[in-house]
Write a protein that binds this ligand. Structure first.
Ligand code: AHG
Ligand code: MN
Ligand code: MN
Length: 299
């Protein structure tokens, strides 16, 4: 069985360093989970109370990425502003949600890490300029899913017996033709009438509602079973909740490499030029036919 370290050899060596730098932290992060379930006592730039694990995973991952000497800038949910590599070297910009789904920590539900990578001159660039996106998912087992144009979408499973490397689970993953699930973010009382119209359509199509409260987990099940994940615009919050740069762009890059589509209700999320590293966006990801129907409902 091919290991992650072997699989990334076909990538640009510097890009491979970024993926393996984060992957090599898995055991350290996994062992920390039971011991850091409280609050940090600080707030992030979104005014959200930071969990101790948010801050700790951020610091551990940022340190490892800077040590690769190939990362020029890091945009992290927990840093507020882009962080330049103090040594002034590196060519890649890395976007980071160090701990996605932090509200799931206390309840022992799924959460993970989301990473986007680009090598444009400007720090803020459209999501279509990414060269790689990947995520760790901490569930009953730990997996890492990464996508590049060349390799498509590949899932690796962290082994616990014998070698503790990541080994290839599923290669060149594609969404099933017919979607089965829909993950519906936000409170239904705040949904726009256009979104309610789409939800009625999807329910009439027989899609089942599955929502776990962590983007990584709710996206991963769409990758397996097809359907749609939404964190829509909300009445009073037209930009919804999820962040364009550190959450929506990496996952939109992956869903497109898996044959799916993304939308901010008007068009592809990957075409939006960010003006602020922390800006939010409505985000819908999944089968192309469902995304097309969603955008029709918002026309
Ligand atoms: P984060 O923990 O990085 O702030 O992300 C949480 C996000 C995302 O993972 C999930 O889809 C969404 O927040 C859940 O929001 P609700 O709690 O409003 O359902
Ligand atoms: Mn998140
Ligand atoms: Mn987070």
């Amino acid at each position: 069985m091919e290991s992650l370290n072997e699989h990334v050899q076909e990538l640009d060596a510097e890009l491979a360093k970024i993926i393996t730098a984060v992957a090599s932290l898995t055991d350290r992060i996994h062992s920390e989970l039971p011991h850091r379930r409280g609050m940090a006592g600080t707030k992030n730039v979104f005014g959200e109370d930071q969990k101790a694990l948010d801050v700790w995973t951020n610091d551990v991952i940022v340190e490892a990425l800077m040590k690769t000497a190939v990362v020029k800038t890091i945009i992290s949910e927990e840093l507020g502003q882009p962080l330049e590599n103090p040594d002034g070297n590196g060519t890649y910009t890395v976007t980071l949600d160090p701990l996605d789904g932090s509200s799931n920590i206390e309840s022992n539900n799924l959460f993970g890490t989301i990473v986007g990578v680009h090598k444009e001159k400007e720090t803020l660039t459209t999501g279509k300029n990414q060269v790689c996106a990947f995520y760790n998912l901490y569930g009953p087992i730990t997996t890492l899913v990464y996508a590049t144009k060349k390799t498509g979408v590949n899932e690796f499973v962290k082994h616990r017996k014998g070698s503790t490397d990541y080994f290839l689970g599923r290669e060149n993953m594609k969404l099933p033709d017919k979607g089965k699930l829909m993950g519906l973010g936000g409170a239904p009382k705040d949904w726009a009438p256009q979104y309610k119209k789409f939800v009625d359509f999807a329910m009439a199509q027989g899609l089942k509602v599955r929502y776990g409260g962590a983007f990584v987990g709710d996206f991963n099940q769409i990758l397996y079973y097809g359907g749609i994940f939404s964190y829509p615009s909300l009445v009073g919050k037209p930009q919804g909740k999820l962040r364009l740069v550190i959450e929506a762009n990496p996952m939109s890059y992956i869903v497109e490499k898996a044959g799916g589509a993304c939308s901010n209700e008007k068009g592809s999320v990957l075409e939006v030029k960010p003006t602020d590293p922390n800006q939010r966006t409505p985000i819908h990801l999944g089968n192309k036919d469902l995304i097309k129907k969603l955008e029709e409902c918002f026309r």
